[in-house]
Design a protein around this ligand. Structure first.
Ligand SMILES: C[S@@+](CC[C@H](N)C(=O)[O-])C[C@H]1O[C@@H](n2cnc3c(N)ncnc32)[C@H](O)[C@@H]1O
Length: 226
């Protein structure tokens, strides 16, 4: 009897909602770590700017904007430990505990102004913001990255064009919906040309260098990815 009552009681009381936010953050952190590993292998380096010798010497200050889980910053800090590293993201999913003294993560929005004074960094890096910024945002972000960069500093942006080749029917359908959603938000999926125009438009920048690489999503010409 007791069991029956208890059973019917359970049916009436809504179960406490499961908090999935930690699980989502965990899987996003893992996704970013895998992507960082993949990109570093694809390019055979963590960055393209010719600053490796200076980073090796030490005493430089490096900023990663939209750092996410901090995978890129932590990787570079491990390779070149004698520098100061700052990561900024609008959503604080970066690590907070047990960090080496030269690594600092801060919550901030590049579109509202970064929490740093002018000309503070020797190397400013920003990656994978294509889904977040429209044309106006890109101009604002590049202006802000330039403001915090020292004269002669390197600013490196890395983005993916959101296009795929040789699509199957499901990928085609998926991408059509995805691109329609991007379009509705004024976001260009073909980022390379937009970035080039934005960088040229910013008259403080010089020696603009653009490198591209095609990346396989799955099995591609005998190369297996994941
Ligand atoms: C696709 S993730 C890339 C994370 C990281 N850069 C990487 O390569 O692993 C984009 C990140 O940019 C952050 N972000 C988006 N808009 C931002 C803004 N206006 N200011 C700072 N961070 C931003 C998001 O919170 C997210 O963590």
């Amino acid at each position: 009897m007791g069991n029956r009552i208890s059973s019917s009681y359970n049916k009436c009381v809504p179960k406490p909602k499961q908090d999935n936010s930690m699980l989502l953050i965990k899987s996003e952190v893992e996704r970013q770590k895998s992507l960082n590993f993949y990109i570093s292998n694809l390019w055979e380096s963590s960055f393209s700017s010719k600053i490796d010798k200076e980073l090796e010497k030490g005493g430089k200050v490096i900023l990663d904007v939209g750092c996410g889980a901090g995978s890129w910053l932590l990787e570079v800090a491990k390779m070149y430990p004698n520098n100061q590293y700052f990561g900024v993201d609008v959503v604080p999913i970066f690590p907070k505990d047990n960090l080496p003294g030269n690594i600092h993560f801060i919550t901030g929005n590049v579109l509202n102004g970064l929490p740093f004074s002018c000309e503070m960094f020797d190397f400013v890096h920003q990656r994978f913001m294509v889904r977040n910024f429209n044309t106006r945002h890109w101009k604002m972000a590049v202006k802000e990255l330039t403001r915090v960069a020292k004269l002669g500093a390197y600013i490196e942006l890395m983005e993916m064009d959101l296009i795929t080749y040789s699509q199957g029917p499901i990928t085609k359908k998926l991408f059509e919906s995805f691109l329609a959603a991007m379009h509705a938000r004024g976001i260009s999926p073909i980022i390379k040309e937009l970035l080039k125009r934005t960088l040229i438009y910013n008259k403080s920048l010089e020696n603009i260098d653009i490198k591209s690489i095609n990346s396989p999503l799955k099995q591609w010409d005998g190369i297996k990815v994941f």
